[in-house]
Ligand binder design. Structure first.
Ligand SMILES: [Fe+2]
Ligand SMILES: [Fe+2]
Length: 184
């Protein structure tokens, strides 16, 4: 497996959990109900698995390898990738803020959720598509094979450390159960 297949597998999992969010936004937009505990569960997933595990792997392992192989940090594709991740974190915080509201949602809260949920899903899907079409293609050309192998080993080490965190494993399992429940 090369590092881009490794990250691609994570994209597939993220896409399944985005399907749960899409299901929720469609339901609320059509006047249906939402299970707020389930929403909390997928928001935790996007924060801990999407931002903390996946994007951190890209930023702390893949990006430095590319900079060492003369890909510009300040301008062009890498700057755009980092910009996307900042925007992604902002959207995760907004979604989390909406989800964590203690009271029953008003109609305005529901409209806000539908709008931020759609924006989140659209943005993350477009971001992953850009990674495959642009950034991973550039990276595959820039990084020699032995560096790509070292990257996979460092991804695996990163993940071994994560699964020792009990909360992380539970968050991921819960989101995947919801993906199975909603057949996404
Ligand atoms: Fe990313
Ligand atoms: Fe990614």
């Amino acid at each position: 497996m090369d590092p881009f297949q490794y990250l691609g597998n994570e994209h597939r999992e993220l896409t399944r959990v985005l399907g749960v969010l899409d299901h929720m936004t469609r339901n609320v937009a059509d006047g249906g109900s939402i299970d707020r505990d389930e929403l909390d569960a997928i928001v935790d997933y996007f924060r801990e698995v999407g931002d903390m595990a996946h994007h951190d792997k890209e930023e702390t392992l893949l990006v430095p390898a590319l900079v060492r192989h003369h890909v510009d940090w300040f301008d062009g594709p890498l700057a755009e990738l980092r910009h996307d991740h900042r925007q992604e974190r902002y959207l995760t915080r907004s979604l989390r803020h909406t989800a964590r509201k203690n009271t029953e949602w008003s109609d305005e809260d529901k409209r806000h959720f539908v709008s931020i949920g759609r924006a989140y899903s659209d943005f993350l899907r477009a971001h992953m598509a850009r990674e495959h079409e642009v950034w991973f293609t550039i990276a595959a050309e820039a990084l020699p094979e032995h560096v790509q192998e070292e990257l996979v080993a460092s991804f695996e080490k990163f993940d071994r450390e994560l699964v020792e965190l009990a909360g992380y494993v539970a968050t991921r399992e819960r989101a995947l159960q919801l993906a199975a429940k909603y057949r996404t």
